[in-house]
Design a binder for this molecule. Structure first.
Ligand SMILES: Nc1ncnc2c1ncn2[C@@H]1O[C@H](COP(=O)(O)OP(=O)(O)O)[C@@H](O)[C@H]1O
Ligand SMILES: [Mg+2]
Length: 369
Protein backbone atom coordinates (compact mmCIF):
# COMPACT_ATOMS: atom_id res chain seq x y z
CA UNK A 1 0.00 0.00 0.00
CA UNK A 2 1.61 3.12 -1.14
CA UNK A 3 -1.19 4.86 -2.96
CA UNK A 4 -1.75 8.46 -2.22
CA UNK A 5 -5.40 9.57 -1.68
CA UNK A 6 -6.82 11.53 -4.58
CA UNK A 7 -7.04 14.62 -2.45
CA UNK A 8 -3.25 14.97 -2.26
CA UNK A 9 -2.70 15.91 -5.87
CA UNK A 10 -4.22 18.84 -7.61
CA UNK A 11 -7.69 17.33 -7.86
CA UNK A 12 -9.28 14.14 -9.15
CA UNK A 13 -6.68 12.16 -11.06
CA UNK A 14 -8.73 11.32 -14.16
CA UNK A 15 -6.67 13.41 -16.53
CA UNK A 16 -3.20 12.25 -17.63
CA UNK A 17 -1.58 15.48 -16.36
CA UNK A 18 -3.19 15.08 -12.95
CA UNK A 19 -2.16 11.43 -12.74
CA UNK A 20 1.41 12.45 -13.52
CA UNK A 21 1.28 15.13 -10.85
CA UNK A 22 -0.19 12.59 -8.44
CA UNK A 23 2.64 10.15 -9.11
CA UNK A 24 5.17 12.93 -8.68
CA UNK A 25 3.75 13.95 -5.30
CA UNK A 26 3.91 10.30 -4.23
CA UNK A 27 7.51 10.05 -5.44
CA UNK A 28 8.43 13.24 -3.58
CA UNK A 29 6.83 12.01 -0.34
CA UNK A 30 8.52 8.62 -0.70
CA UNK A 31 11.86 10.35 -1.23
CA UNK A 32 11.62 12.21 2.09
CA UNK A 33 13.51 11.00 5.14
CA UNK A 34 10.66 12.27 7.30
CA UNK A 35 7.85 9.78 8.05
CA UNK A 36 4.58 11.04 6.56
CA UNK A 37 1.07 9.75 7.25
CA UNK A 38 -2.20 11.01 5.77
CA UNK A 39 -5.17 10.24 8.03
CA UNK A 40 -8.90 10.80 7.72
CA UNK A 41 -11.27 12.30 10.29
CA UNK A 42 -11.28 8.97 12.21
CA UNK A 43 -7.45 8.79 12.35
CA UNK A 44 -7.52 6.00 9.77
CA UNK A 45 -4.33 5.85 7.73
CA UNK A 46 -5.00 6.56 4.03
CA UNK A 47 -1.41 6.87 2.94
CA UNK A 48 2.05 6.55 4.41
CA UNK A 49 5.37 7.18 2.72
CA UNK A 50 8.37 4.84 2.47
CA UNK A 51 10.27 6.40 5.41
CA UNK A 52 7.37 5.64 7.76
CA UNK A 53 7.62 1.90 7.10
CA UNK A 54 11.28 1.89 8.15
CA UNK A 55 10.33 3.44 11.47
CA UNK A 56 6.84 2.13 12.20
CA UNK A 57 6.56 -1.09 10.16
CA UNK A 58 4.62 -1.93 7.00
CA UNK A 59 0.94 -2.60 6.25
CA UNK A 60 -0.61 0.26 8.12
CA UNK A 61 -3.33 1.17 5.63
CA UNK A 62 -6.77 1.56 7.14
CA UNK A 63 -5.48 1.13 10.66
CA UNK A 64 -5.68 3.70 13.37
CA UNK A 65 -2.76 6.10 13.64
CA UNK A 66 -2.90 5.58 17.43
CA UNK A 67 -1.77 1.95 16.93
CA UNK A 68 1.55 3.19 15.65
CA UNK A 69 1.90 6.56 17.29
CA UNK A 70 0.44 5.89 20.74
CA UNK A 71 1.05 9.36 22.03
CA UNK A 72 -1.72 11.56 23.45
CA UNK A 73 0.04 14.83 22.63
CA UNK A 74 0.42 13.84 19.02
CA UNK A 75 -3.17 12.60 18.69
CA UNK A 76 -4.49 15.80 20.31
CA UNK A 77 -2.57 17.81 17.72
CA UNK A 78 -4.17 15.72 14.95
CA UNK A 79 -7.63 16.32 16.46
CA UNK A 80 -7.00 20.07 16.73
CA UNK A 81 -6.11 20.19 13.05
CA UNK A 82 -9.05 18.02 12.01
CA UNK A 83 -11.30 20.37 14.02
CA UNK A 84 -10.22 23.39 12.03
CA UNK A 85 -6.77 24.52 13.15
CA UNK A 86 -4.46 25.02 10.15
CA UNK A 87 -1.45 23.35 11.67
CA UNK A 88 0.05 22.05 14.92
CA UNK A 89 3.58 21.11 16.03
CA UNK A 90 4.56 18.95 19.01
CA UNK A 91 7.70 17.20 20.25
CA UNK A 92 7.17 13.61 21.35
CA UNK A 93 9.26 10.65 22.47
CA UNK A 94 8.15 7.24 21.21
CA UNK A 95 9.32 3.81 22.30
CA UNK A 96 10.26 2.20 18.98
CA UNK A 97 13.14 -0.31 18.96
CA UNK A 98 14.88 2.31 21.09
CA UNK A 99 13.34 5.47 22.57
CA UNK A 100 13.19 7.93 19.68
CA UNK A 101 12.46 11.68 19.76
CA UNK A 102 10.29 13.13 17.02
CA UNK A 103 9.33 16.61 15.98
CA UNK A 104 5.76 16.19 14.72
CA UNK A 105 4.00 18.59 12.36
CA UNK A 106 0.32 18.21 11.50
CA UNK A 107 -1.27 20.18 8.66
CA UNK A 108 -4.82 20.28 7.40
CA UNK A 109 -5.76 19.16 3.97
CA UNK A 110 -9.27 19.66 2.62
CA UNK A 111 -10.48 17.53 -0.23
CA UNK A 112 -11.10 19.52 -3.43
CA UNK A 113 -13.78 17.06 -4.44
CA UNK A 114 -15.51 16.84 -1.03
CA UNK A 115 -14.71 19.92 1.06
CA UNK A 116 -16.51 18.34 4.00
CA UNK A 117 -13.84 15.58 4.08
CA UNK A 118 -10.94 16.78 6.13
CA UNK A 119 -7.65 14.95 6.20
CA UNK A 120 -4.53 15.60 8.19
CA UNK A 121 -0.95 15.18 7.02
CA UNK A 122 1.18 14.04 9.95
CA UNK A 123 4.93 14.23 9.47
CA UNK A 124 7.34 12.86 12.07
CA UNK A 125 10.98 13.89 11.90
CA UNK A 126 13.46 11.84 13.92
CA UNK A 127 15.35 14.46 15.97
CA UNK A 128 16.98 12.04 18.44
CA UNK A 129 20.53 13.05 17.43
CA UNK A 130 19.70 16.75 17.98
CA UNK A 131 18.11 16.04 21.37
CA UNK A 132 21.12 13.88 22.36
CA UNK A 133 23.53 16.66 21.37
CA UNK A 134 21.46 19.18 23.38
CA UNK A 135 21.47 16.84 26.37
CA UNK A 136 25.23 16.29 26.11
CA UNK A 137 25.83 20.03 25.92
CA UNK A 138 23.74 20.75 28.99
CA UNK A 139 25.30 17.83 30.93
CA UNK A 140 28.72 19.18 29.98
CA UNK A 141 27.92 22.69 31.22
CA UNK A 142 26.55 21.24 34.47
CA UNK A 143 29.71 19.13 34.91
CA UNK A 144 32.08 22.01 34.20
CA UNK A 145 30.23 24.27 36.64
CA UNK A 146 30.35 21.57 39.30
CA UNK A 147 34.06 20.84 38.73
CA UNK A 148 34.92 24.55 38.94
CA UNK A 149 32.71 25.17 41.92
CA UNK A 150 34.38 22.54 44.14
CA UNK A 151 37.84 24.17 44.23
CA UNK A 152 36.19 27.59 44.42
CA UNK A 153 34.15 26.56 47.45
CA UNK A 154 37.34 25.23 49.09
CA UNK A 155 39.11 28.54 48.34
CA UNK A 156 36.28 30.56 49.92
CA UNK A 157 36.47 28.32 52.98
CA UNK A 158 40.20 28.94 53.39
CA UNK A 159 39.81 32.69 52.85
CA UNK A 160 37.09 32.86 55.53
CA UNK A 161 39.28 30.90 57.96
CA UNK A 162 42.24 33.18 57.28
CA UNK A 163 40.12 36.27 57.79
CA UNK A 164 38.53 34.88 60.94
CA UNK A 165 39.71 32.16 63.34
CA UNK A 166 43.23 31.84 61.89
CA UNK A 167 43.77 35.57 61.48
CA UNK A 168 46.83 35.79 63.71
CA UNK A 169 48.10 32.22 63.35
CA UNK A 170 51.27 32.41 61.22
CA UNK A 171 51.64 28.64 61.01
CA UNK A 172 48.02 28.26 59.80
CA UNK A 173 48.67 30.97 57.17
CA UNK A 174 51.44 28.87 55.62
CA UNK A 175 49.36 25.72 55.63
CA UNK A 176 46.22 27.34 54.22
CA UNK A 177 48.13 29.20 51.53
CA UNK A 178 49.62 25.86 50.42
CA UNK A 179 46.13 24.32 50.24
CA UNK A 180 44.82 27.35 48.37
CA UNK A 181 47.62 26.99 45.84
CA UNK A 182 46.64 23.35 45.25
CA UNK A 183 43.00 24.34 44.65
CA UNK A 184 43.99 27.20 42.32
CA UNK A 185 46.23 24.80 40.38
CA UNK A 186 43.32 22.39 40.07
CA UNK A 187 41.17 25.13 38.52
CA UNK A 188 43.99 26.13 36.17
CA UNK A 189 44.44 22.50 35.02
CA UNK A 190 40.74 22.17 34.38
CA UNK A 191 40.67 25.36 32.32
CA UNK A 192 43.75 24.25 30.35
CA UNK A 193 42.11 20.90 29.60
CA UNK A 194 38.84 22.53 28.58
CA UNK A 195 40.69 24.87 26.22
CA UNK A 196 42.63 21.92 24.77
CA UNK A 197 39.37 20.11 24.09
CA UNK A 198 37.69 23.04 22.38
CA UNK A 199 40.80 23.74 20.28
CA UNK A 200 40.93 20.09 19.25
CA UNK A 201 37.27 20.01 18.31
CA UNK A 202 37.70 22.91 15.92
CA UNK A 203 40.84 21.37 14.33
CA UNK A 204 39.54 17.80 14.16
CA UNK A 205 39.09 17.64 10.40
CA UNK A 206 42.63 18.81 9.65
CA UNK A 207 45.23 16.04 10.00
CA UNK A 208 48.68 17.21 11.15
CA UNK A 209 51.40 17.15 8.49
CA UNK A 210 54.66 17.55 10.46
CA UNK A 211 56.86 14.46 10.74
CA UNK A 212 57.59 13.35 14.27
CA UNK A 213 59.64 10.74 16.01
CA UNK A 214 57.65 8.81 18.62
CA UNK A 215 60.86 7.38 20.12
CA UNK A 216 62.07 10.88 20.99
CA UNK A 217 58.65 11.95 22.29
CA UNK A 218 58.43 8.93 24.60
CA UNK A 219 61.89 9.59 26.06
CA UNK A 220 61.01 13.24 26.72
CA UNK A 221 57.66 12.34 28.27
CA UNK A 222 59.32 9.82 30.56
CA UNK A 223 61.78 12.47 31.76
CA UNK A 224 59.13 15.14 32.26
CA UNK A 225 56.91 12.77 34.24
CA UNK A 226 59.68 11.88 36.67
CA UNK A 227 58.27 13.99 39.54
CA UNK A 228 54.94 12.16 39.26
CA UNK A 229 56.37 8.66 38.71
CA UNK A 230 58.74 9.20 41.66
CA UNK A 231 55.82 10.32 43.82
CA UNK A 232 53.85 7.20 42.80
CA UNK A 233 56.93 4.95 43.16
CA UNK A 234 56.42 3.72 39.63
CA UNK A 235 59.19 2.71 37.28
CA UNK A 236 58.67 3.47 33.59
CA UNK A 237 60.39 1.02 31.25
CA UNK A 238 60.64 1.96 27.56
CA UNK A 239 60.83 -0.90 25.04
CA UNK A 240 61.17 0.85 21.71
CA UNK A 241 61.93 -1.01 18.46
CA UNK A 242 65.04 0.13 16.65
CA UNK A 243 64.54 2.40 13.62
CA UNK A 244 61.01 3.21 14.61
CA UNK A 245 59.26 4.72 11.56
CA UNK A 246 58.18 8.36 11.74
CA UNK A 247 54.55 9.46 12.00
CA UNK A 248 52.69 12.53 10.83
CA UNK A 249 51.78 14.26 14.04
CA UNK A 250 51.65 17.34 16.17
CA UNK A 251 54.49 17.32 18.69
CA UNK A 252 52.55 18.94 21.55
CA UNK A 253 49.47 16.79 20.98
CA UNK A 254 51.35 13.49 20.82
CA UNK A 255 53.25 14.54 23.95
CA UNK A 256 49.88 15.12 25.64
CA UNK A 257 48.64 11.65 24.58
CA UNK A 258 51.61 9.74 25.97
CA UNK A 259 51.90 11.94 29.08
CA UNK A 260 48.34 11.24 30.03
CA UNK A 261 48.52 7.49 29.38
CA UNK A 262 51.81 7.03 31.25
CA UNK A 263 50.68 9.32 34.08
CA UNK A 264 47.41 7.37 34.40
CA UNK A 265 49.30 4.06 34.43
CA UNK A 266 51.53 5.37 37.23
CA UNK A 267 48.65 6.98 39.19
CA UNK A 268 46.19 4.12 38.93
CA UNK A 269 48.79 1.35 39.14
CA UNK A 270 49.96 -0.29 42.36
CA UNK A 271 52.69 1.18 44.52
CA UNK A 272 56.21 0.16 43.47
CA UNK A 273 54.85 -1.03 40.15
CA UNK A 274 56.33 -1.06 36.66
CA UNK A 275 54.79 0.76 33.69
CA UNK A 276 55.97 -0.75 30.41
CA UNK A 277 55.79 1.34 27.25
CA UNK A 278 56.25 -0.71 24.12
CA UNK A 279 56.53 0.89 20.68
CA UNK A 280 56.84 -0.88 17.34
CA UNK A 281 55.19 -1.53 13.98
CA UNK A 282 51.82 -3.21 14.56
CA UNK A 283 51.96 -6.91 13.68
CA UNK A 284 48.44 -7.03 12.27
CA UNK A 285 48.57 -3.65 10.55
CA UNK A 286 52.05 -3.02 9.18
CA UNK A 287 51.06 0.50 8.13
CA UNK A 288 50.41 1.47 11.75
CA UNK A 289 52.63 2.08 14.75
CA UNK A 290 51.44 0.53 18.00
CA UNK A 291 52.47 2.15 21.26
CA UNK A 292 51.14 0.28 24.28
CA UNK A 293 51.27 1.39 27.89
CA UNK A 294 50.91 -1.56 30.25
CA UNK A 295 50.41 -1.12 33.99
CA UNK A 296 50.22 -3.43 36.97
CA UNK A 297 47.19 -1.73 38.49
CA UNK A 298 43.95 -3.27 39.65
CA UNK A 299 42.50 -3.25 36.13
CA UNK A 300 39.22 -1.86 34.86
CA UNK A 301 35.83 -3.61 34.79
CA UNK A 302 34.38 -4.08 31.29
CA UNK A 303 31.38 -1.80 32.01
CA UNK A 304 33.73 1.16 32.54
CA UNK A 305 36.05 0.56 29.61
CA UNK A 306 33.75 1.88 26.88
CA UNK A 307 32.97 5.01 28.91
CA UNK A 308 36.49 6.05 29.93
CA UNK A 309 36.90 8.51 27.05
CA UNK A 310 33.71 10.41 28.02
CA UNK A 311 34.37 13.81 29.50
CA UNK A 312 34.55 13.73 33.30
CA UNK A 313 33.99 9.97 33.44
CA UNK A 314 36.03 8.60 36.33
CA UNK A 315 35.79 5.20 37.99
CA UNK A 316 36.70 6.59 41.39
CA UNK A 317 36.09 10.31 41.52
CA UNK A 318 37.72 10.83 44.89
CA UNK A 319 40.85 8.97 43.86
CA UNK A 320 41.16 10.89 40.58
CA UNK A 321 40.70 14.22 42.43
CA UNK A 322 43.28 13.28 45.07
CA UNK A 323 45.75 12.55 42.31
CA UNK A 324 45.04 15.95 40.74
CA UNK A 325 43.04 14.57 37.78
CA UNK A 326 40.45 16.54 35.84
CA UNK A 327 38.67 13.56 34.27
CA UNK A 328 39.32 15.04 30.82
CA UNK A 329 42.63 13.32 30.00
CA UNK A 330 41.29 10.37 28.02
CA UNK A 331 38.68 12.54 26.26
CA UNK A 332 41.57 14.71 25.06
CA UNK A 333 43.55 11.61 24.01
CA UNK A 334 40.59 10.36 21.98
CA UNK A 335 40.18 13.69 20.16
CA UNK A 336 43.89 13.99 19.42
CA UNK A 337 43.98 10.48 17.99
CA UNK A 338 40.90 11.13 15.86
CA UNK A 339 42.67 14.14 14.35
CA UNK A 340 45.75 11.96 13.76
CA UNK A 341 43.61 9.28 12.06
CA UNK A 342 44.73 6.99 14.85
CA UNK A 343 42.96 4.92 17.46
CA UNK A 344 42.94 4.21 21.20
CA UNK A 345 42.42 0.60 22.30
CA UNK A 346 41.87 -0.33 25.94
CA UNK A 347 42.27 -3.88 27.20
CA UNK A 348 42.00 -4.74 30.85
CA UNK A 349 41.09 -7.47 33.25
CA UNK A 350 40.29 -6.90 36.88
CA UNK A 351 43.29 -7.73 39.02
CA UNK A 352 45.53 -8.03 35.98
CA UNK A 353 46.31 -4.41 35.12
CA UNK A 354 45.49 -2.55 31.92
CA UNK A 355 46.93 -1.98 28.46
CA UNK A 356 46.19 1.33 26.73
CA UNK A 357 47.33 1.08 23.10
CA UNK A 358 47.71 3.90 20.62
CA UNK A 359 47.67 3.16 16.91
CA UNK A 360 49.12 5.82 14.61
CA UNK A 361 49.48 5.69 10.81
CA UNK A 362 53.14 5.45 9.77
CA UNK A 363 54.32 8.26 7.49
CA UNK A 364 54.88 6.87 3.96
CA UNK A 365 58.43 6.27 2.68
CA UNK A 366 60.07 9.36 1.31
CA UNK A 367 58.46 11.47 4.02
CA UNK A 368 61.25 10.50 6.44
CA UNK A 369 63.34 13.33 7.72
N1 LIG B 1 45.69 2.79 33.70
C1 LIG B 1 44.51 2.90 34.34
N2 LIG B 1 44.11 1.98 35.25
C2 LIG B 1 42.93 2.08 35.89
N3 LIG B 1 42.05 3.09 35.68
C3 LIG B 1 42.38 4.03 34.78
C4 LIG B 1 43.62 4.00 34.06
N4 LIG B 1 43.66 5.07 33.22
C5 LIG B 1 42.51 5.74 33.43
N5 LIG B 1 41.75 5.14 34.36
C6 LIG B 1 40.41 5.56 34.82
O1 LIG B 1 39.89 6.42 33.83
C7 LIG B 1 39.50 7.67 34.42
C8 LIG B 1 39.65 8.78 33.41
O2 LIG B 1 41.00 9.02 33.08
P1 LIG B 1 41.41 10.47 32.60
O3 LIG B 1 40.45 10.88 31.55
O4 LIG B 1 42.86 10.47 32.25
O5 LIG B 1 41.12 11.37 33.88
P2 LIG B 1 41.92 11.65 35.22
O6 LIG B 1 43.25 10.94 35.12
O7 LIG B 1 42.08 13.11 35.25
O8 LIG B 1 41.05 11.13 36.31
C9 LIG B 1 40.38 7.80 35.63
O9 LIG B 1 39.80 8.64 36.60
C10 LIG B 1 40.47 6.36 36.12
O10 LIG B 1 39.30 6.05 36.88
MG1 LIG C 1 44.53 11.28 33.34
Amino acid sequence: MNKIPATIGTGAPQQTGDTMMHKNVEAVLNGLKVAVFVVDADHRILFRNAASSGLFGVGLKGRDLADFVPNKKCLRAVDAVLAGQDQASVDVKLQLVVPTSFSVTVVRMASDANPQDTHAIVSLEDVSHIREAEQMRSDFVANVSHELRSPLTALYGFIETLQGPAKDDREAHERFLGLMETEAQRMARLIDDLLSLSKLESAERVAPVELNDVDLILRRVKASLQPITNRENAEVVLEISEHLPMVHGDLDELTQVFSNLIENAAKYGRVNSVVTVHAGVDEENPEMLRISVTDQGEGIAAKHITRLTERFYRIDKGRSRNKGGTGLGLAIVKHILMRHRGELQIASELGEGSVFSVLLPIAVEGDRL
